[in-house]
Design a protein around this ligand. Sequence first.
Ligand code: DX5
Ligand code: ZN
Length: 229
Amino acid sequence: MNTKKIRILPSILSARMGHLAADCRRALEAGADGLHFDVMDGHFVANMTLGPDVLRALRDELPEAYLHVHLMVDRPDFYAPRFIGAGADAVLVHIEAPCGIPDTLRAIRAAGKKAGAVICPETPVDALADVADAGLLDEVLVMTVHPGFGGQTFLESGLPKFRELRRRWPDLDLSVDGGINTETGARCAAAGANILGAGSFLYKAPDMAAAISGMRRAAEAAVLARIQQ
Ligand code: DX5
Ligand code: ZN
C-alpha cells in the first residue's frame, strides 16, 4: 500500500542549460517539491552532463531547494561525497555500478543525507535485497527508460517492480524516472511509487504549474482508488 505523500521532481536534464538557475526557480515556483539532478559520466552511460560545481552553483542560487542527485556514473563511491559537499540532499547510486555500493550508501547516510539505489529496466528488484535488508536505503529509484537521455518512452516493466518493492520493503520511498507524464505517473503511483521524476513532460508543458498540479492530482486519485479497491 502506498500511503506516502506524492512528491514531484522535475528533471533538470530538460531545462535550458544556458538558463539553468532560472529554469530551476521556475519549476519550484510552479509547485515542484525539489529538483532531480542527472549526473552522467560518459562511461556508465554514453552521455555527459553536470558536475558538482554546477550543483554548488544551484545550491547557492536556491538555498531551500531539495536537490535529488541521480548518479549515472561508474564511480559513485568517488562522486557521492563530492556532490554531498556541493549541497545534495539525496544521492542515488546505480546498483549496477562496478564499485563498493554498500560502503557508498553508508557514506551518504553518515553525511546525514538520504541514500538511494537505482535499478535499470533490465535489473530485477532482487538485486537490491542485500542493501535493502541491511537497512542501507532510504529510497529506491526504478528506471522506466534506459538511462542516458530524456524524452524516451515509458517502459511498462517498471510497474510490477513497484508492487514487489512496496511488499518487501514497505517503508522505503519509491521513485520513478523516465517517460513520466500525468498518465504514467498515476499508474506508477497506483503501483507504489511516491516520488515522480519528470523531465520533458514538465519542461515542455505550456503551463508548468498546471502540469505539476495535474500530475499530483492524478497520482493521488490513483492511490486512493487503489486503497478503496
Ligand atoms: C534519463 C534521466 C532522466 C531524464 C528523464 O537517463 O535519468 O532523469 O531526465 O527524462 P524524461 O522525463 O523526459 O523521460
Ligand atoms: Zn534521472
